[in-house]
Design a protein around this ligand. Sequence first.
Ligand code: NI
Length: 178
Amino acid sequence: MLRTFGDPVLRQRAAEVEELDGDLARLAETMVATMYEAIGLGLAAPQVGVLKRMYTYDVGDGPAVLVNPQIVDSHGEWTYDEGCLSIPDVHVEIVRPKVVTVQGIDLDGKEVVFEGDELMGRLIQHEIDHLDGVLMLDRLEADQRKAVLREMRRAQFDDAGAARVGARLDAGDNGRRL
Ligand code: NI
């Protein structure tokens, strides 16, 4: 089940994966299915309540898994209207490095290193943030974060609020959530 904003599991640091076993492979399968069902591009294990350093993704080249990912290099700056499967109906413009190099292992323990530009770079940074208990709202300036949280609270108690959040925040493509 997809964990959403307010769930304490999203605020904890996930542990390094020590063993690449059948359980981990099954977890990866479950995560890919959950990610597709929710129409997301990426999903980190804490988003399904598992505190392991792993995420799944698919930006159009088929599903893939990265275990114990680490950013080893980054440069540039890129603004993107970010969405998160754990924060429904909210999209916020966030500036982050444009290009990152990520290092990790696949489910067979083989080392993987690659560079992600723009959307892929953003996905890597967003998912690794999840593994550290960091949510995209934490990347906003304090004033902007307060405004977004206020709108989110309003939307919970008031049907019209959802529309307001939509109008103000949901400018992004719903199929591009991370
Ligand atoms: Ni997310």
